[in-house]
Write a protein that binds this ligand. Structure first.
Ligand code: MF3
Ligand code: CO
Ligand code: CO
Length: 262
C-alpha cells in the first residue's frame, strides 16, 4: 500500500475521529486513580465510545486484541491488555485510544502518573512527552521522515534514555495502520518527503534503561527486556500547506498552545 493524500472530505472526517479520541482521554482522566483496575478503565472507555460517541473502539478484535483500549503500566512499553490489575500510587500508565468514526481512525495516547511518582518515573514521562512534541513541531511539507526520527532520537539519547526500535508511528485514515512507517530514530535527509494531505501518528516509546523489548506470552504486552520504566505519548497529525494540524489535541493542550507554552 502506498501513502495516501487525504481529500478535504476525508480530512474533515479525520478531524472528527481525532477529536473523539482526544475526548476519550479527557473523559478517563479523573478515573485514573490508585485502586482502579485497568479493566474498569477499559469498560468506561468502551461504554463512552460506543454509547455516547456512537463510534467504534478500533483495538477491539484488531488482529485478535481482546479489549477496547491499551493500558501499559510501568515497564510495559505498549499493547498492554486491560485486566484485573489494580493501579497503585507510584505506577505510571499509558492509555492508548483509537476510535473509528464514519470509517476514519483517530489514534492518541498519553501517560498518567498514579498518586505520587518517583523521580525517574516522572522523568521518563517528561522525556517521552518532549520527544513527541519535538517531532510534531517539525511536521510540514518538504520535511522528511528521517529528519523527524533523527531529531527525536538525538533528544532522547541526550537525556540518557533510549528509543524503542520495534514499534513506530504510522499512516492513518480508513486504515488503522497505513503507510508510511514513522520511525522514532533515523538519519537526516532520508525517508519519505511530507506532502500536504498526509495523516500519520507520531508515538515515541522511550525507555529509562536500554532499548530492547520483548513480547509477553499473552502475545500482546510489550515490555522492556531490562525491566526499566517506559513511557509513550501519541498524536495523530495532518500535514497542511503551511505546516501541520494536530487532530487529537486535548483541551489543556489547545490552551497551552494558545499561550505559546507547548
Ligand atoms: N493504538 C496502537 C497504536 O498506536 C495500536 C494498538 S493495536 C492493538 O498504533 F491491537 F494493540 F490494540
Ligand atoms: Co498509533
Ligand atoms: Co495508539
Amino acid at each position: 500500500m502506498s501513502v495516501t493524500i487525504k481529500t478535504a472530505e476525508e480530512i474533515e472526517k479525520m478531524r472528527v475521529a481525532g477529536r473523539l479520541a482526544a475526548e476519550v482521554l479527557e473523559m478517563i482522566t479523573p478515573h485514573v486513580q490508585p485502586g482502579v483496575t485497568t479493566e474498569e478503565l477499559d469498560r468506561l472507555c468502551y461504554d463512552y465510545i460506543v454509547n455516547e460517541q456512537e463510534a467504534i473502539p478500533a483495538p477491539l478484535n484488531y488482529h485478535g486484541f481482546p479489549k477496547s483500549i491499551c493500558t501499559s503500566v510501568n515497564h510495559q512499553v505498549c499493547h498492554g491488555i486491560p485486566s484485573e490489575r489494580r493501579l497503585k500510587s507510584g505506577d505510571i500508565i499509558n492509555i492508548d485510544i483509537t476510535v473509528i468514526k464514519d470509517g476514519y481512525h483517530g489514534d492518541t495516547s498519553m501517560m498518567f502518573m498514579v498518586g505520587k511518582p518517583s523521580v525517574i518515573a516522572r522523568r521518563v514521562c517528561d522525556i517521552a512527552h518532549e520527544a513527541l512534541w519535538i517531532g510534531l513541531r517539525m511536521v510540514a511539507p518538504g520535511m522528511r521522515l528521517g529528519d523527524i526520527g533523527h531529531a527525536i532520537q538525538t533528544y532522547v539519547e541526550a537525556q540518557h534514555a533510549s528509543v524503542v526500535r520495534e514499534y513506530c508511528g504510522h499512516g492513518i485514515g480508513l486504515g488503522f495502520h497505513e503507510d508510511p512507517q514513522v520511525l522514532h530514530y533515523g538519519r537526516p535527509n532520508t525517508g519519505l518527503e511530507l506532502k500536504a494531505g498526509m495523516t500519520f501518528t507520531i508515538e515515541p516509546m522511550v525507555n529509562a534503561g536500554r532499548a530492547p523489548v520483548r513480547v509477553l506470552p499473552d502475545e500482546w504486552t510489550v515490555v522492556t527486556k531490562d525491566h526499566s520504566l517506559s513511557a509513550q505519548w501519541e498524536h495523530t497529525v495532518l500535514v497542511t500547506e503551511t505546516g501541520h494540524e494536530i487532530l487529537t489535541l486535548r483541551k489543556d493542550e489547545r490552551q497551552a498552545l494558545a499561550q505559546g507554552a507547548a
